[in-house]
Design a protein around this ligand. Sequence first.
Ligand code: GLC
Length: 564
Amino acid sequence: MRGNDVTDTAAPHRQDGPDWWRQAAVYQIYPRSFADSDGDGLGDIPGITSRLPYLAELGVDAVWLSPFYPSALADGGYDVADYRDVDPRLGTLDDFDAMVAEAHRFGIKVIIDIVPNHTSEDHEWFQQALRAAPGSPERARYVFREGKGENGELPPADWESAFGGPAWSRLPDGWWYLHLFAPEQPDLNWDNPEVRADFRKTLRFWSDRGVDGYRIDVANALMKDLADPLRDMGPISYDEQMADMEDGSHPFWDRDEVHEIYREWREVFNEYDPPRVGVAEAWVKNHRLVLYARPEGLGQAFNFEYLKTGWDAQELRSVIDVSLRTAQEAGASATWVLSNHDVVRHASRYALPEGADSDEWLLSGGTKPQADVERGLRRARAATMLELALPGSAYMYQGEELGLPEVAELKVEDLQDPVWERSSHTRKGRDGCRVPLPWTRTGPSFGFGGENPWLPQPADFGELSAEAQEGREGSTLELYREALRLRHKLVGTDESLAWCSDEASERDGLLHFVRPDGWHCLTNFSTETKPLPEGEVLLSSSPLTGEGLPGETTVWLRDGAGQG
Ligand code: GLC
């Protein structure tokens, strides 16, 4: 499956300088599930450091760490008790510094998660607010309101939490506070200059420690319309509310004022050389995404349309075109995501029949409907190679390089995600993609560390482990390594692509484009073999039989032009 004219590069030419992020392959680490160095069942910072050689070998340009801050884990670490420290169970600031230094030694950049919309209820600010009187400066850092109804027994507005249920909780003194997520995650008041100043301090704190960039959690939520009386949403579903935020006038999602904050952050980013980078997590429509991704804003934004698109050549073609246009309009590079810590892993998404409801599938323990595991993995490998050939940054999620499926069989008593409780047991939530990684074939927690990982691993994880796949011809791990190695060689600074497929061939399930220097990417979405154009095969996501391009397969080819 390997091409033979592309010579190895020991250290892939990772981009340095201010544009390093534009076409970076970024690997998301969910620290509590990555590697556990002290055997307490939770992954930690020294665990990450110990696995950096693996990541260097894999060929990633950067890592993005989900939160590692002190946290009661009411929402997997997205409930931060102290933004300028490391959870003692995960290590110390010294461990963090050592990790960054080691990553940089390997030429790997470090991006960290910043969670500005809400703190943990354990944050000292919220604790002070609880002790302080209504109307006090301590309470002004959050969003406190009196309730409606005769005795204030009704929430101040009908706003719903993203996890289900009301977005307001009541304190014993009768006042209500806002939480767009879990009650343990009170929303900050971003109208308050003290809040703004404190986050700029946090950005400098980590930037001074050598952090290269930030992933901004729910970047579209920070500003709310808090003018009294608060605006009720009325009896519309959560999905309808989301669809409603087209023009920045929703009372709490994606308001225009949020961009003032990011303009201030950009000034902080630009104090550094190279400037620190930002990538927005904002589940908003493309025309709104541009605002986050502008160079005077965060600089880049996740594109979730690609992730949400099914296995369909025509739909993907149009999503790719729109995404590239959106990024270009913003002056950013495009981003591509197939999996992360919030969604069902793509190897499993592609294994489910068209239109299947993944929440129901999870509730059934992965039995209804039946997943076609082999097909899911075949498609996932093809989708990854397609993603890695597209112009822009590819954000990969830990374990996808092993082809890990979603762990759908988790027992409800093992679930940790607040979604399970908050949805009144109608959605199992996101734990199935957060199960600790298998590093070895056998042994306690398959080499993750310790006897009792915080979520149980299924028995077949050993065969999917890094050890089991290392050096095995055709394994998913080797496919990722080879794809990333080739990508480093083939990606230049040019972010263009030209389509070779047309409407008719796309209707037939074939996507084909060419990048500069004759680097072709063809994906066959159908199950029938298609003719393979002339050219040197660099890599293919499933074995080529010599008869053409097999179904559900991506191949990279190089044509005559540009070879040398
Ligand atoms: C983001 C995170 C998710 C978290 C939520 C609240 O969407 O990715 O994991 O639950 O924000 O912080």
